[in-house]
Structure formats: C-alpha cells, structure tokens
Design a protein around this ligand. Structure first.
Ligand code: Z5A
Length: 231
C-alpha cells in the first residue's frame, strides 16, 4: 500500500463522533495499523491556534465569509502539515470533522454562498478527499443534551488511560453549540443530504444506539468499504 486511507467523521453536536473516531483509531492500532487521529478545526499547531479564535464564544459578531476563510486556512495547513504526509506514508488518517462540516455549518445552515465554498474546497482540499465518511446521525435535541452534559464535566476528570491523545476542550459552549435548536436541526438535515448524494463515500450510523453498537456499525463500514478492498 503506498497511500493510506482517509476516514472522516461528521455529524451534529454531541452525536458521539469524537468517541467513535477515537474507538476506531484504537481498534485499528490494536491490529498494528499505523493511524493518525486528528480533528478540525485544528490538527496542526497553526490550525490549533486558529481553532481558539474560531470557537471563541466571546467573538459573536463577524462576517460569515471571514469565518469560512479561517476554516479554509486552518484546513490548508492541516492538510499540508499532517494529513497529506501521513497518507503518503501509508497511514490511516482519521479526522474528526472535515470539509463536509464547512459545507453544512457555513453553507447549508449558515450564511455563505455554497458555490463560493465549493470553489474554496477545490482550492484547499484538491484531491485529498476522504475515502470514507461516517455520518453519525442523531436528533438535534438528543445531541445537544449530551453536549450540555459533557460541558458540565471538567476535562481534568477524564481518565488518563487513553491510548490516543486527548483533545482538550473548555467548559463553555463554543459559538456553534450556543446556536438555537432550528440551526441544529438544519445541520442534521444537511449531513443526511450529503450522505444521500454521495453514497459511495458516506455511511450513516445511528448515533442514538449505545457507543458499543455504534462502534460495531462503524467497524462494519470500515471493514466492508476499505479493509476488504485492500486485501
Ligand atoms: N465547524 C464548522 O463550523 N466548520 C468546519 O469546517 C468545521 C467545524 C471543521 C468544532 O467543535 C465546531 O466547529 C463544531 C462545528 C464547527 N461545532 N460545534 N460546536 P468541537 O470540535 O469542539 O466539537 P464537535 O465537533 O461539535 O463535537 P462534540 O461537540 O465534541 O461532540 P461529538 O464529537 O459529536 O460527541 P462526543 O464528544 O463523542 O460525545 C459527546 C458526549 O456524549 C460525551 O459525553 C460522550 O461520552 C457521550 N456519548 C458519546 N457516544 C454516546 C452514545 N452512543 N450514547 C450515549 N452517550 C454518548
């Protein structure tokens, strides 16, 4: 194998995709596969700095296009510094959110012209498109309730036994989590629409099931779509 696989996880708030991205990484590593687990916005030192700015709950008023360009800038660096080199080494890259999130948050449910986002995606992503995208689907109300619960738990109490590095987050809802229910329902519609339009790339899993059941569905998708293809 000369080029690795690029797997992305997408979905609304609290859908459980970060949990599943981490579990998949651990399972693949247990099979001695080389895995890079990463996230967006962020994933490289420069992009992580931009993440702090983008998600700052104190920064409410700014132009939607300016925000979309920040996501694009963070992604360009992440791709160049982390994703493409890892894929070039034959690693499996698992990314918690990627360009579908821009399409949906900034475009479908946001205020940026989708054609403009398409052009940006072409420039930034080029041909580094995901081989497989797992859409973790959950009703907005349930996802938001989970996210709210998580926000009330300090990150310091999470077990230190993780094999994959933790991705720390603060205790405040970021700017996206703080949006109204209608916005979050629209996000769900948008991710389902992408999965409907691109069935070769996307698999929908039911995020309402237990974490073990969802992990089983994810593993089935990965083994049928990628692992069997490579053997
Ligand atoms: N954004 C954007 O607008 N444009 C872009 O291009 C990109 C991103 C890339 C990043 O936030 C924000 O940036 C995001 C979109 C926007 N909006 N927000 N907010 P983030 O990275 O801080 O957070 P997130 O990506 O939205 O994920 P999340 O809120 O951390 O949730 P999650 O990854 O879906 O879920 P989780 O952390 O795995 O689980 C949430 C809680 O539920 C936790 O307590 C788990 O223990 C629990 N959980 C997980 N699975 C289950 C199951 N199956 N049953 C019960 N409980 C569960």
């Amino acid at each position: 194998m000369t080029a690795g696989w690029f797997i992305t996880f997408e979905g609304g708030e609290g859908s459980g995709k970060s949990t599943q991205a981490k579990r998949l990484a651990e399972r693949l590593m247990a099979q001695s596969r080389a895995v890079t687990l990463t996230r967006e916005p962020g994933g490289s030192p420069f992009a992580e700095r931009l993440r702090l700015l983008i998600l700052d709950p104190g920064l409410e008023k700014h132009a939607p296009l300016a925000e979309a360009l920040l996501f694009a800038s963070a992604r360009a660096d992440h791709l160049e510094q982390v994703i493409r080199p890892a894929l070039g080494e034959g690693r499996i890259v698992i990314c918690d959110r990627f360009s579908d999130s821009t399409r949906i948050y900034q475009g479908f449910a946001g205020h940026v012209e989708p054609r403009l986002l398409e052009a940006l995606e072409l420039i930034v992503v080029q041909n580094t498109k995901p081989d497989l995208t797992i859409v973790v689907d959950i009703p907005a109300e349930i996802g938001l309730a989970r996210a709210a619960l998580r926000l009330s738990v300090p990150t310091a109490v999470t077990p230190p036994s993780e094999k994959v590095p933790k991705q720390p987050r603060g205790l405040l809802a970021d700017r996206f989590e703080a949006r109204d229910l209608g916005f979050h329902k629209r996000l769900r519609e948008g991710f389902l629409e992408i999965a409907r339009l691109e069935p070769q790339r996307c698999v929908i899993v039911d995020g309402q099931k237990s974490a073990d059941e969802v992990a089983h569905e994810v593993w089935t998708a990965v083994t049928t779509r990628l692992l069997t293809e490579a053997s």
